[in-house]
Design a protein around this ligand. Structure first.
Ligand code: DX5
Ligand code: ZN
Length: 216
């Protein structure tokens, strides 16, 4: 099943409650946390997501673009994230493994993400520790960038790695997703589609969500 995850980075933060109401036909709510170190931008953090948790019934999909995420995964779990994704590039493999184990210890789903320059082989040590793999299809840090078509073979490779091992792992894509690029990603093996500007920039958000699902 294809799951749609609107990214609140493109929402109007002054009207977050009504903004979230417009995307309730989606499956997940994608929340981009940026620390100004791992990526050259700062977004929002724990106090904001605590309130977001109170006003949405969607599955909270927290994408941590922060250095040494092990320091913070417990807090993002305790505030009510359902899925917490850390970046493979954000620490040494030992600490990334600890972060993924901690996420599961907290009773949450764990995700690992790789930036465009990171090969799929880097995921090897984490395959048995994750419920989701997030393949970035833009350089993380900003919404509204163009989809990188050369990530498609990596999406297929990740899907193959999962199948070869007989694992049940979602493949999420993030960055530049619109109805056209969504189809390319799904054909390559993705099943969770993040979209910020495509959904929040649309005249009808329910229609944008439905079109991303391939229903229009
Ligand atoms: C970028 C973020 C994305 C961003 C996607 O670093 O991880 O989730 O919000 O935005 P669009 O869909 O506009 O490319
Ligand atoms: Zn994201």
């Amino acid at each position: 099943m294809i799951k749609i995850a609107p990214s609140i980075l493109s929402a109007d933060f002054a009207r977050l409650e009504s903004e979230l109401d417009t995307v309730k036909t989606a499956d997940l709510l994608h929340c981009d946390v940026m620390d100004g170190l791992f990526v050259p931008n700062i977004s929002f953090g724990i106090p904001v997501l605590k309130r977001v948790r109170e006003i949405t019934g969607l599955i909270m999909d927290t994408h941590l673009m922060i250095e040494r995420p092990l320091r913070y995964v417990e807090q993002f779990a305790k505030l009510g994230s359902d899925i917490i994704t850390v970046h493979a590039e954000a620490d040494q493999p030992r600490q990334i493994i600890e972060a993924l184990e901690e996420i599961r210890r907290q009773g949450k789903k764990s995700g690992i993400s790789i930036k465009p320059g990171t090969p799929a082989a880097v995921l090897e040590p984490y395959m048995d520790l994750v419920d989701m793999i997030l393949v970035m299809t833009v350089e993380p840090g900003f919404g509204g960038q163009s989809f990188m078509g050369d990530m498609l073979p990596k999406i297929s490779c990740v899907r193959r790695m999962i199948e070869e091992r007989g694992l049940d792992i979602d493949v999420e894509v993030d960055g530049g997703i619109n109805a056209d690029t969504a189809k390319l990603c799904v054909d390559a093996g993705a099943n969770v589609l993040v979209a910020g500007s495509t959904i929040f920039g649309a005249a009808s958000r329910p229609e944008a969500i439905s079109s991303l699902r391939g229903n229009v």
